[in-house]
Design a protein around this ligand. Structure first.
Ligand code: NAD
Ligand code: AHE
Ligand code: ZN
Length: 368
């Protein structure tokens, strides 16, 4: 079949809207009509050529929601008509990682996914006879996409696609980092670096968990108002203080119980670790750093009890947790609507990247 898609033909070039050829689902795969997709900073990072796994030409996008239109042989967990969210972190429930109960990082298809291919080692997308690669196993910047059955979460049908799509990455990543990874407890102090589409979800996750102080840190002053809408109690612009770490340690009476990097900047990651409380503070890296970057700190920071860890997709097990997070939204436990600042059609998708780079959007959503 044909599908309209925004294709990343080359790094650092705008996406081009073209009609691609799409092969139907093979055994264990499903064809999904994407109804809406968010644009996450990770899409921009790959398009900007900063991703060591970046492959071109490819169909980016990993924060979508849609409807199953066709299923391949052997598919049993979803059927045509089901509403689903594509999962860049699948959940096979059979691999060593899934069975461990210790991680959400299913390894069933990670190797082919990282090469822009379906589990059988081929791509379903092509343009004028040339292969176009998948991205993060999702490729939601295409109106239709093919996904492994283990990489779709079935969600309730009354959830609006243009909001539910955000659960496909940003909401789950931010809220999940707080509740699944850090397991923030009532009364604890939280510091969030980077108040964008992810950081604001960390803030609302911390509010939901009953955190006491929720300190937001951003170099863009306009983010103060945004943070406060979702539960931030204090704001710090590092440009206005001489030493951001010392300032936060003072503000929190000794340091954060939990800090979160939502910037992808390795200097910020160090600050996030070092503003943690001596003896127990834990810093969670969410931000994705560009290829070649490394983190550093004095080992003394860890010797004296600070913990450094990371999280992907908020530690959420996709097929199990994503439907629950959609329920949280539908039941009013978490907010999504105000964070979606821009809605556009696919032909305007490059505007979403400009708005993000200019710090003018929280989330842009493309509706098909
Ligand atoms: P975004 O562009 O919406 O937000 C980034 C925010 O960081 C902006 O408000 C910006 O002003 C702020 N910022 C930039 N430099 C800063 C600095 N030096 N100090 C303080 N604040 C600074 O991006 P997003 O969509 O929220 O994504 C944030 C990061 O999370 C990206 O690196 C993205 O790739 C990553 N991410 C990771 C996961 C995961 O599973 N680990 C999932 C989604 C996104
Ligand atoms: N490809 C990059 C790493 C990118 C990365 O860390 N991705 C996150 C999700 S970001 C969503 O916006 C993730 O899930 N990581 C776990 C995984 O298995 O990819 C690189 O450095 O090569
Ligand atoms: Zn993302």
């Amino acid at each position: 079949m044909k599908t309209r898609a925004a294709v990343a033909f080359e790094a650092k070039k705008p996406l081009e809207i073209v009609e691609l050829d799409l092969e139907g689902p093979k055994a264990g795969e499903v064809l999904v009509e994407i109804m809406a997709t968010g644009i996450c900073h990770t899409d921009a990072y790959t398009l900007d050529g900063l991703d060591s796994e970046g492959i071109f030409p490819s169909v980016l996008g990993h924060e979508g929601a849609g409807i199953v239109r066709e299923v391949g042989a052997g598919v049993t967990s979803v059927k045509p008509g089901d509403h689903v969210i594509p999962l860049y972190t699948p959940e096979c429930r059979q691999c060593k990682s899934c069975l461990s109960g210790k991680t959400n990082l299913c390894t069933a298809i990670r190797a082919t996914q990282g090469k822009g291919l379906m589990p059988d080692g081929t791509s379903r997308f092509s343009y004028k006879g040339q292969t176009v690669f998948h991205y993060m196993g999702c490729s939601t910047f295409s109106n239709f996409t093919v996904l492994p059955e283990i990489a779709v979460a079935k969600i309730r049908e009354d959830a609006p696609f243009d909001k539910a799509c955000y659960v496909g990455c940003g909401v789950t990543t931010g809220v999940g980092a707080v509740v699944n990874t850090a397991k923030v407890q009532v009364g604890e102090n939280v510091v969030v670096f980077g108040l964008g589409g992810i950081g604001l979800n960390v803030i609302q996750g911390a509010r939901m968990a009953g955190a006491d102080m929720i300190v937001g840190v951003d170099i863009n002053d306009s983010k103060e108002e945004w943070g406060r809408k979702f539960g931030m109690t204090h704001f710090v612009n590092p440009k206005n203080v001489s030493d951001v770490v010392a300032h936060i340690v003072e503000l929190t009476g000794g340091g954060a119980d939990y800090s979160f990097d939502c910037t992808g900047n390795t200097t910020v990651m160090r600050q996030a670790l070092e503003c943690c409380h001596r003896g127990w503070g834990t810093s969670v890296i969410i931000g994705v750093a560009e290829a070649g970057k490394e983190i550093s700190t004095r080992p003394f920071q860890l010797v004296t009890g600070r913990n450094w860890r990371g999280t992907a997709f908020g530690g959420a097990k996709g097929r199990t947790d994503v439907p629950k997070i959609v329920d949280w939204y539908m039941n009013g436990k978490i907010e999504i609507d105000p964070m979606i600042t821009h809605v556009m059609t696919l032909d305007k998708i490059n505007d979403a990247f400009d708005l993000m780079h200019e710090g003018k959007s929280i989330r842009s959503v493309v509706v098909y």
